[in-house]
Design a protein around this ligand. Structure first.
Ligand code: ADP
Length: 448
């Protein structure tokens, strides 16, 4: 198939636009603007101190690792700072743990396993309690996610709903862990499959969904009676710590959940080498996943890996443009462009490419305008949707936006805008890179 290439965004000549195109642009942008105007509130004012103080008084800003019933420092006393990517301020220091601390956490999980593995039916009610607590603290946990991860508050609260839904789902499943009766080939045999908890599991999670990746791994583990050592990302440990605090409040016995963070390779190696860890579940980069898989082979652990991300967005001529444009922008800029399924290239069929580009330009312009208003009237803005990502797009696609250098200067001079650089560039590769790549595709018939 021939691919006519437009890397970055190139401006189509105005004269060639048809009047029907103009009508469609007006219609789509009208719907887009009304959608955004309806999504109140447009901004929320959060400062690191006020959010941290509120979370501390709610008992949800935990700054130590959890081993057994104890919130602990690293054995050697080392710490590391965790930053608010919006301002660059340090939220708090957390322990920089290593292999010895990981051994302690594994022992704690191993010792708790006999208690936990007989809990299957009560586990369900404990999980429901945990679900209720997460939902009751939705706003606080959402603020914590925004504080350390940088995603807009609306999305952060959405993540709490999403994360809690895994707990609810597996709480229900906990009651129904049925076995199987398998017809034997010999008449004097009976084959029964009984499902039993595997033992201690290790869960290593990334920074882009600091709550949901944990509940998605730990929910099913708890439901079937396993105990866990959790290693959240060093960039976003507070949400994990708050989540286990709520688990303790829900009555999940101490030792069942343990949290270590710090020296990721040392923790990973200790988890892989230990024969008492029976399963590893990991979401993150392919490179680290390969290392963990190789490490798990040495002690023959079960492995569940969710690696990398590649997400082309393909738009054909018969697409509903309204849905396609909004869907493309939503997909590209969700979580500030930092989910593993954010569109990393956009392929548009020839017949639609021009109007599609115009619509994208126009909606980005509206968003940029909206963003400027927020900068003028709000301090320390927590962005909705993709205002911040948009700036990144301007910076990286110089052709149509020649004033990008000015924007870059703004980014540099004011710490409030550091969000743009930290949030956008700290992981500036794979799909996290918010460069809008639009290619136009010829029709399949033409390509023959
Ligand atoms: P991402 O690009 O999504 O941040 P990473 O694979 O770098 O993906 O990180 C995902 C998680 O894996 C994080 O918690 C990180 O600390 C952890 N991690 C990174 N390197 C290792 C390692 N060698 N062993 C174990 N965990 C690791």
């Amino acid at each position: 198939m021939r691919v006519a290439v437009a890397v970055g965004v190139s401006t189509p000549p105005v004269a060639t636009m048809r009047s029907s195109c103009t009508r469609r642009i007006v219609a789509v942008s009208y719907r887009f603007v009304s959608m955004h105007m309806a999504a109140a509130p447009l901004s929320r004012t959060l400062s690191t101190e006020s959010v941290a103080a509120r979370l501390t008084s709610a008992g949800l800003l935990r700054t130590k690792g959890l081993i057994g019933a104890n919130w602990t420092d690293a054995r050697d006393g080392k710490t590391m700072p965790v930053y608010n990517p919006s301002t660059g301020e340090v939220i708090a220091d957390v322990p920089f743990m290593g292999s010895k601390d990981t051994e302690d956490a594994i022992s704690s999980a191993y010792d708790a396993f006999p208690v936990c593995s007989y809990l299957t039916i009560p586990a369900s009610s404990l999980l429901i309690l945990r679900y209720d607590l997460l939902m009751a603290n939705k706003e606080e946990i959402g603020q914590l996610i925004t504080l350390e991860q940088g995603k807009p508050l609306k999305e952060a609260i959405g993540e709490v709903n999403y994360g809690a839904s895994f707990i609810e789902y597996f709480a229900e499943e906990a009651k129904r862990i049925y076995g199987d009766i398998i017809p034997p080939t010999l008449n004097d045999r009976r084959i029964l499959v009984l499902k039993q908890p595997i033992g201690v599991i290790a869960a290593i999670t990334p920074w882009n969904f600091p709550l949901a990746m944990i509940t998605r791994k730990v929910g099913p583990a708890l439901a079937c009676g396993c105990t866990a050592v959790i290693k959240p990302s060093e960039l976003t440990p507070f949400t994990a710590l708050a989540a286990v605090e709520l688990a303790l409040q829900a009555g999940i016995p101490p030792g069942v959940l343990n949290v270590v963070m710090g020296d990721a390779p040392a923790i990973g190696d200790a988890l892989m080498a230990n024969t008492r860890v029976r399963k590893i579940t990991f979401t993150g980069s392919t490179a680290v996943g390969k290392k963990l898989m190789a490490g798990a082979a040495g002690t023959v652990k079960k492995v569940s890996l969710e690696l990398g991300g590649n997400a082309p967005c393909i738009i054909f001529d018969d697409a509903d443009l309204d849905v396609a444009v909004k869907g493309t922008l939503g997909s590209k800029f969700r979580n500030s462009g930092q989910t593993c399924v954010c569109a990393n290239r956009i392929l548009v069929q020839d017949g639609t490419a021009r109007i599609f580009l115009w619509l994208i330009y126009w909606l980005l312009f509206l968003s940029f305008f909206n963003y400027l208003l927020l900068l003028l009237f709000c301090s320390n803005v927590v962005y909705l949707f993709f205002q911040a990502s948009m700036i990144n797009l301007l910076l990286l696609s110089p052709k149509p936006f020649r004033f990008c250098k000015l924007v870059m200067a703004l980014v540099k001079v004011h710490p409030r805008y550091a969000f743009i650089t930290c949030g956008m560039f700290r992981k500036c590769y794979e799909s996290a890179m918010s460069v809008l790549l639009i290619f136009s595709l010829c029709s399949p018939a033409e390509s023959c």
